[in-house]
Ligand binder design. Sequence first.
Ligand code: FAS
Ligand code: PHB
Length: 390
Amino acid sequence: MRTQVVIVGGGPSGLLLSQILHLRGIETILLERQSEAYVLGRIRAGVLEQGLVDMLRGADVGARMDTQGLVHHGFDISHHGQRQHINLSELTDGKSVMVYGQTEVTQDLYDARRKMNGVVIHEAKNVALFDLTTNQPHVTYEKDGKTHKVDCDFVAGCDGFHGVSRQSIPDHLRREYEKVYPFGWLGVLSETPPVSDELIYNQHERGFALCSMRNKNLSRYYIQCDLNEDLNEWSDDRFWEELKKRIPEDAAKNLVTGPSIEKSIAPLRSFVSEPLTYGRLFLAGDAAHIVPPTGAKGLNLAASDIHYLSNALISFYNSDNEGLLNAYSETALKRIWKAMRFSWSMTMLLHKFPENEGFGDRMQKTELEYLFSSTAAQTALAENYVGLPY
Ligand code: FAS
Ligand code: PHB
């Protein structure tokens, strides 16, 4: 087989790239190691920046989002019995975010690929990348007991943190930056009305909690938990009781509880691998970086990578110009590090750090009190939350 771009990974990064390139007449083959059902079964992000919303609309994938998504113009932060509304639209000349689950985005992308007869191969096992430093790389994969070979011009590594693409860059050429946080997020999805019209981020002495949603009858909640927590020790009742202790009193009174339809623990880390390119291999999304979900940046950062990479590939095929491809890593990393900073700062501000006893706790409280009192500080937070320019 031969194609122009092989895309490894069928999450939002890979699917969005394949959709955008297909619309511009560039051939791709997408290789996903899991089944479609498995990919769609993962519950992940919930907040889309305007940049991603615009990209989905531009790729003919925005229709269901525009009817079912919730436009949010702000969110609340609570700490020590105080609660502050961050008015995103007022602070950023009218910008907002779209609350629409990553699962729905991925479903819409899969539907669009099917409609365009995009080549998406599921259960493609043992993907391996070859001759990346030549102008004729190729990829092999196994399916139905056979090994298949795909010759191509470029490989897009969109295969997430545990994928094969980043590992295909020789160790001595890679520089990795990592911070692992000493806690995780225990998340619950429930078919209950959200506790509030907008998200509430809660800093509490018992630990962080987040009240989010997917729609008017599907709520998403998280509480900070120890990394070694056993999910079997967390009944729904125990989760709801702990959540009520960490959110504002009036919210706790209004909280509608119900059976969890998904419950999971996600570890938190900040991670960047540089550079994003190796010969004809280009990394995008979680294959290149991971952010703690506190700033709602993971999926949105994958989107800006795909914005830069798709533009670069289109420029190459349309005008034989390699300039944007050569600049991809440096261009994308500039925005990656800014989102890394924001996600790290929100995580440090809102979580309970055991080593913070005393001075650290006072600094966190003072930081939040300053934020609540300063339009300048809220503006800085708001412009990062809605998404810095591409
Ligand atoms: P993904 O990991 O989504 O997709 C990579 C795909 O590649 C997967 O389908 C995988 O099966 C496939 N793959 C891997 N190795 C392969 C191989 N060798 N061959 C072929 N295919 C291979 N972000 C937020 O903004 N908010 C959140 O609340 C949030 N919560 C999260 C919770 C969890 C548990 C995780 C893991 C992430 C969360 N994220 C969140 C971040 C998440 O949304 C990612 O940023 C987003 O999925 C990135 O998309 P991709 O880059 O496509 O990577
Ligand atoms: C979610 O709804 O899953 C969500 C929203 C905002 C975040 C993190 C997760 O910052």
